[in-house]
Design a protein around this ligand. Structure first.
Ligand code: ATP
Ligand code: MG
Length: 402
């Protein structure tokens, strides 16, 4: 009885990365061994253009389920390795096929010959294997355009690989292959989604959260810890920086005209985040801003806020509609945490009518009467850094995402 003995993994975009390829392959291998850490005995073999997870008796279904969430995988197929002997390959093909076959299903063969010295060419291989299946499976029909089962046979230098099914991977780029950025996590719906999408493109993220006790409760802080935990389930532990912000917010309330407090608050948050970024060797800041969503997210407002730093501020959600953002939040299981009704520091202090078109020069002027530097330094100094680990055994799998 033939069983799949490995999972064949196709890389997707990595293959276009030229000289960086080795680094990408290493990062992908690391992500895969992370999600499979509790399977003893599995082995990962990496080559230039694909990877194999050798099961060594591990449950292929469970392994496949875990692989669905790994960034950098374009697609994967449970596969079996045989030697390049026609009889052995035919036996394996028939055995695999019969496991999957049900009465009335159609099929085709897709042969590939990477080893050009193999005596049969692709057409001949298709023909040989097709004939063998038709002869041995009564009632079977060919359908080249839209087969129910596509039996893939790949002849490579070292061996032949056969598989009957292909699963969509999560796409994106391997975790940590793109450098580090700080994601500003508010506790709302948007920022965790922004973090997730950045991680999908290979960024390592650290979260930064501003809280203002006693105006915000311990439970509001817990919400952000829970959100960070969801992000950590995706690619492994995530650092969370919790910044005490009460003093600065109170000073802003006293010193800045009411319709500019929101703009000043955001500017101060950005300055502090930038300082935490610098201390932790990050190269960018990520926010959950979406154009036009609320007062602080007009173009004028972003211009006035962004004024405090040259560091790239990435806004993955900038052109998305709220409904699109919510859809992703639901898929990554952050939505229900985000809608828990706890105050965050911005909703507590939010003015009745924040300026939707703040002027940069005005906010600069208002801030110029206060020396925020020592308070910024103090906030950074008193920032609490936590390392949030994945819930064990709860790695997320994102079926059907994208
Ligand atoms: P979210 O759903 O992420 O809260 P939002 O639509 O409520 O976003 P704002 O409240 O205007 O938008 O905040 C814009 C962005 O600023 C957030 O997406 C987040 O990245 C950042 N931010 C706001 N408040 C905080 C906070 N307390 N701590 C850290 N970052 C924050
Ligand atoms: Mg918010």
């Amino acid at each position: 009885m033939i069983n799949y003995d490995r999972i064949l993994i196709r890389y997707g975009e990595i293959s276009t990365k030229g000289r960086n390829r080795n680094k990408f392959v290493d990062k992908l291998r690391k992500s895969i061994s992370n999600v499979l850490h509790d399977f003893t005995g599995i082995k990962i073999e990496a080559t230039r253009d694909r990877m194999y997870v050798i099961l060594n008796g591990a449950d292929g279904k469970e392994v496949s389920e875990r692989l669905k969430g790994v960034f950098g995988i374009q697609s994967f197929s449970p596969a079996v390795k045989t030697n390049k002997d026609m009889e052995a390959m035919k036996d394996a093909a028939l055995a695999l096929f019969q496991k999957k076959y049900e009465e009335g299903k159609t099929f085709k063969i897709t042969a590939k010959r990477a080893d050009k010295s193999f005596p049969l060419n692709t057409d001949e291989l298709n023909h040989e294997f097709g004939g063998h299946l038709l002869k041995n499976v009564p009632g079977l029909k060919v359908n080249v355009k839209k087969p129910d089962i596509n039996l893939q046979i790949e002849i490579r230098e070292e061996a032949a690989y056969l598989s009957c099914e292909t699963f969509q991977g999560a796409g994106g780029l391997p975790a940590g292959s793109g450098g580090k950025a700080m994601v500003m996590l508010s506790g709302g719906i948007d920022s965790p989604v922004a973090g997730y999408l950045s991680m999908k493109r290979g960024l390592e993220v650290e979260a930064v959260h501003f809280y203002s006790p006693p105006f915000t409760s311990e439970r509001a802080k817990q919400k952000v810890i829970d959100l960070t935990e969801k992000l950590s389930n995706i690619t492994g532990a995530v650092a969370l920086h919790i910044v005490p912000f009460t003093e600065i917010q109170q000073l802003i309330q006293q010193q800045v005209p009411q319709n500019y407090t929101m703009t000043a608050t955001r500017r101060l948050m950005l300055r502090i985040t930038d300082e935490i970024r610098r201390k932790n060797d990050g190269l960018a800041i990520i926010t959950g801003e979406s154009l036009g969503q609320v007062a602080s997210q007009t173009l004028e407002s972003m211009y006035a806020i962004n004024d405090v730093t040259n560091t790239p501020v990435l806004r993955p959600l900038i052109t998305m509609d709220k409904s699109e953002i919510i859809e992703i939040a639901q898929k990554i299981n952050t939505h229900d945490i985000s809608i828990r009704p706890f105050e965050d520091c911005c909703t507590v202090f939010v003015p009745a009518s924040p300026k939707t078109k703040p002027k940069r020069d005005k906010v600069r002027h208002f801030e110029s009467f206060v020396d925020f530097e020592p308070l910024i330094a103090k906030a950074v100094e008193n920032t609490e850094k936590m390392i949030i680990k994945p819930q064990s055994g709860k790695e997320e799998s994102f079926e059907d995402l994208f």
